[in-house]
Design a protein around this ligand. Structure first.
Ligand code: PRP
Ligand code: URA
Length: 209
């Protein structure tokens, strides 16, 4: 069974409270998604392996630790996942980015794939799939399946808000994929939106409603 990490860090919770507010502007919403992703990235990469190196300082030799050549890729689920990329790239400037284009069919709520483009060496990389909303879990489950079909062996999922239904669907379908969320909300409504959630993340990031 995968682990579910819920971040209770005060900075993340403070920013999330502004993000949820229906009166928050598109500009501020976009900035907050990026900032929260940046803070979550710090926690979600806590297990990266380190190696010791010697560094010559102006005063002598320091034994330091640096990341041991671990190859990562961030994989946003379009559209809304794009809002999380900049914050993470700010922490990991050389990270590669793959894209998965999915939308939910409004009738069936099933994910429909329209784009899949990964770095050529993705099978050698640990992938962090990012999408602000984990609702029914359909999009995240399908994305992880597509990555595994492409040969990816190590995946984490990072979402800002998760519904219990989506978390359970991910754990059922992908028990090897750990889940990182800033909040676990109450439930889904009858059209698959997270309650209380924050509304439609893609529309709020891109100002399409
Ligand atoms: C939203 C969201 C997730 C998905 C979550 O995307 O960004 O990708 O819904 O729902 P699920 O867990 O039930 O699959 P949407 O399909 O609205 O597309 P968009 O990002 O292009 O707006
Ligand atoms: N997608 C969103 O953007 N918001 C939800 O609440 C559910 C799915």
């Amino acid at each position: 069974m995968s682990k579910v990490y819920i971040f209770d860090h005060p900075l993340i919770q403070h920013k999330l409270s502004i993000l949820r507010d229906k009166n928050t502007s598109v500009k501020e919403f976009r900035e907050l998604v990026s900032e929260i992703a940046q803070l979550m990235c710090y926690e979600a990469t806590r297990d990266l392996p380190l190696e010791e190196i010697q560094v010559e300082t102006p005063m002598g030799i320091a034994t330091c630790r640096r990341i041991a050549g671990k190859k990562l890729a961030i994989v946003p689920i379009l559209r809304a996942g794009l809002g999380m990329v900049d914050g993470m790239v700010a922490m990991m400037p050389n990270v590669k980015v793959g894209h998965i284009g999915l939308y939910r069919d409004p009738e069936t709520l099933e994910p429909v794939k329209y784009y899949f483009k990964m770095p050529p060496d993705v099978t050698e990389r640990d992938c962090i799939v990012v999408d602000p909303m984990l609702a029914t879990g359909g999009s995240a489950v399908a994305s992880c399946t597509f990555l595994k079909e492409a040969g990816v062996r190590s995946i984490k999922l990072m979402s800002i808000i998760g519904a219990p239904e989506g978390i359970a669907a991910m754990q059922e379908a992908h028990p090897d994929v750990d889940i990182y969320v800033a909040a676990k909300d109450e439930k889904l409504n009858d059209i698959g939106y997270i309650v209380p959630g924050l509304g439609d993340a893609g529309d709020r990031i891109f100002g399409t409603k």
